[in-house]
Write a protein that binds this ligand. Structure first.
Ligand code: KIV
Length: 275
């Protein structure tokens, strides 16, 4: 049985911490799913960690749908969330609905995520009213980095902290089933978590959020461009992968690979008949 949004909301009621992880392809989604992660986010972070863009802004709906389909094929149990890319939910309510519907119909996921608070609350309500679960995302919203002046912590003054609380409440009222809090002071994240009824999922927002989210490439140490402050590397796969690739190069050059076991063979007498 696939995880439902009710079960995610119950985590908060039961005070049971939970995790969300990103995945962008079938094989990784299978591993994440089999490890027992209840929420898989097909994040637009794929633009940076998978496609090599320098921000999430260039990511398109078609790219997101392509990866969402692969993740959905790999995740049998987790609730899969498609991350709506830059400007796919701002231009009009009908654009937002159409794009959210594409995630469900073409991508096959069970929910969508979008960035922003008060400004997108009506849009969230429209999408939710149409039967599509929505996850919010406030604080450092990477699609707005140029407006925010870079990847900076948010909510560090009384005014901006109050704005974030209002954003969280607006998403709750709009019907979002959970909200990501990215790079906000831990004390503010705790307060927001206490003040709203839907689960908060933190990334760089302290230990008191109801759940935590990480980008899989950061967690596994596969993304070697930089390690964000909010990330913890539970493995250092980049080094392991490079060393395995180096071994492969070395063995091919030295003739150690492939061996007879790696290809089919036929009786050599059969080849004598060939010119
Ligand atoms: O795109 C993404 O991966 C995200 C998470 C960092 C929450 O939005």
């Amino acid at each position: 049985m696939r995880v439902t949004i009710s079960e995610i909301k119950e985590f908060k009621q039961k005070k049971e911490k939970f995790v969300m992880l990103t995945a962008y392809d079938y094989s990784t989604a299978r591993l994440v799913d089999e490890a027992g992660v209840p929420l898989i986010l097909v994040g637009d972070s794929l633009g940076m960690v998978l496609l090599g863009y320098d921000s999430t802004i260039p990511v398109t709906m078609d790219e997101m749908i392509h990866h969402t389909k692969a993740v959905v094929r790999g995740a049998k149990h987790a609730l899969v969330i498609g991350d709506m890319p830059f400007m796919t939910y701002h231009t009009s309510a009908s654009d937002a609905l159409r794009n959210a519907a594409r995630f469900m119909q073409e991508g096959g996921c069970q929910a969508v995520k979008l960035e922003g608070g008060v400004v997108v609350a009506d849009t969230v309500k429209r999408i939710v009213d149409c039967g599509i679960p929505v996850m919010g995302h406030i604080g450092l919203t990477p699609q707005s980095i140029h407006q925010l002046g870079g990847h900076k912590a948010q909510g560090k003054t009384p005014e901006t902290a109050e704005r974030l609380l209002k954003d969280a409440r607006a998403l709750e009222q709009g019907g979002a089933f959970a909200v990501v809090l990215e790079t906000v002071p831990a004390q503010l994240a705790k307060l927001i978590t206490e003040k709203i009824s839907i689960p908060t999922i933190g990334i760089g927002a302290g230990a008191d959020c109801d759940g935590q989210v990480q980008v899989i490439n950061d967690l596994l140490g596969m993304f070697s461009d930089f390690v964000p402050k909010h990330a913890k590397q539970y493995a250092k796969l980049a080094g392991i992968m490079k060393s395995a690739i180096g071994d492969y190069i070395g063995e091919v050059k030295s003739g150690k690979f492939p061996t007879a076991a790696h290809s089919p063979s036929i009786d050599e007498s059969l080849l004598k008949e060939l010119d």
